[in-house]
Unconditional design. Sequence first.
Length: 254
Amino acid sequence: MKKIYLSPSSQGNNKYAYGDYTEAQVCRKICEYEKKALERNGYTVKLATVGYNISQRINESNAWGAEIHQPLHTNAGGGDGTLVMCWSGDQNDKYIKSVYQSLGSYTPTKDDGIKVNTSLAEVSQTKAMCVYIEAEFHDNSTTAKWIVNNMKGIAEAIVKGYCKADGRTYKAESSTIVPAGTKGLYKVQIGAYQKKSNAEALGEMARKLGYDAYIYSANDVYRVQIGAFKDKKNADNLAGMAKENGFDTYVYKE
């Protein structure tokens, strides 16, 4: 399988139009999700070392022997949509086309296509083929909020594109069911069911939106939780965010 180098934006000064987020923060989180999903599907992955600049990342990618070099950014400048950039002649490569089509079908606005841009160092100086992704616009409050609430979904859409290009069936993250426990914490619950399948479905929906959903079983009830905290304020903050995504949240101390 391909060796894929992930190079998330390091632009910490690029503020989002929604919440207290930056492009660097969000893109690294998306790439962390993507790394897990790629590895789960059999790919070999290296995530750019934290703090490395563009030149260091190019050197790291080349020295590692990457076969695909994938920068990930969110865009700005008053537009919308997803864009993939590449080297001249690579527009019809199966990985570039498949990743663009998969991510473009997932993102909510009209997309900007596949474009050649040889002025970008990560496109022109990497030995590996570059799949340079700009996933939606962060200077628009609506799309910025969508990006923040769909980080894991963005990562999975990209990985589904790679899998499709290789003719592989995408392997989704399996539900985690653990016994109830961990006393003394404030827990954020988004559902409770007698049927395990219903809990798994809700957990999968939450994970696609970027939540670390777990299913806890106790007394023949499957509870879907997305966080546990010592500080109730942190639990309330997460519950508020989940409520914005349409979940029926409940914070309790066990």
